[in-house]
Design a protein around this ligand. Structure first.
Ligand SMILES: NCc1[nH]cc(CCC(=O)O)c1CC(=O)O
Length: 287
């Protein structure tokens, strides 16, 4: 039995079940879930950028890995800081959902159809900046909480809509409430958005075995995106976004950075094997 750490939220548990299924299908490994509450789950009334600190959703889980309570941990890659403490590593990124951001509005209106001054809920600086860039007149309303809470806030806080990761909505079976998908070049996704990451202690003898569930294309794309984030010093408190896709051994990367309040965007294509060099090149062009 492999012991798997997960947060308690329904999305976290669904993502953990996806990894557990893959471990069973590919390697015939059986798992048991261990549940943890993180700081990011507890502090719900304060915007994350005001709490500060990276890895709010993973600290308590890393302690469980260190204590030997669990063997592996499952996270949304997006919530994992680019620089892990040296005992830990991302051993696999087995799967990625739709990386796009989605718009959910109660009246079924598309983003561009909203009335002037419409109120849109998001606590992501990246989403807020890009929404403002698309429509200067809209009002951004900070919202926190898990995906369902944020959806409920449309009504409770009289919002015209919210922006959420399509991946989370789809995994929760809420695809049907999505009004519109933003194109990746108008709303560049967060680095790693939609990808699931498996974390392990470097010293764990299970490391080689678990690494067999890695998906190479997901790893390469998300490594390129996270490399851009490192170079641009982005985190969940900045407007940095990047999205990479692979078609026929070519990698195409689109990225955005906020330079003194102005959004700088770029695109680059190259051989997939050169993903480090290419991601570095686009990041440097956006400084
Ligand atoms: N920041 C919270 C968070 N972390 C991962 C997801 C969704 C799944 C994903 O993007 O991988 C979400 C919710 C959201 O951004 O709407």
């Amino acid at each position: 039995m492999i012991r798997v750490a997960t947060r308690k939220s329904s999305l976290a548990e669904i993502q953990t079940d996806i990894v557990i299924d893959i471990l069973k299908q590919k390697l015939n490994i059986d798992c048991v879930k261990h549940f943890y509450t993180t700081k990011g789950d507890k502090i719900l009334d304060v915007s994350l950028d005001k709490i500060g600190g990276k890895g709010l959703f993973i600290k308590e889980i890393e302690i469980a890995l260190l204590n030997g309570e669990v063997d592996i941990a499952v996270h949304s890659l997006k919530d994992v800081p680019t620089e892990l403490e040296e005992q830990f590593e991302i051993v696999a990124t087995p799967i990625r959902e739709d990386a796009r951001d989605a718009f959910v509005s109660m009246k079924g209106l598309k983003f561009q159809e909203l009335k002037r001054g419409a109120r849109i809920g998001t606590s992501s600086i990246r989403r807020a900046k890009m929404l403002k860039n698309l429509r200067d007149d809209i009002e951004i309303v900070p919202i926190r909480g898990n995906v369902q809470t944020r959806i409920d806030k449309i009504e409770r806080e009289n919002l015209d809509g919210v922006v959420l990761a399509a991946a989370g909505l789809k995994r929760l079976g809420l695809e049907g409430i999505i009004t519109e998908y933003f194109d990746v070049d108008e709303m560049v996704p967060a680095c790693g958005q939609g990808a699931i990451a498996v974390e392990i202690l470097k010293s764990n003898p299970l490391k080689n075995l678990i690494s067999k569930i890695d998906d190479e294309d997901v790893r390469i794309c998300t490594a390129a995106e996270r490399n851009i984030m490192t170079i641009l010093k982005g985190g969940c408190h900045s407007a940095v976004g990047a999205y990479a896709k692979i078609i026929n051994d070519k990698i195409e990367i689109i990225a955005v950075n906020d330079v003194d309040g102005r959004l700088k965007k770029g695109k680059i294509t190259g051989d997939k094997k050169d993903y480090i060099k290419i991601s570095e090149e686009i990041a440097k062009s956006l400084l």
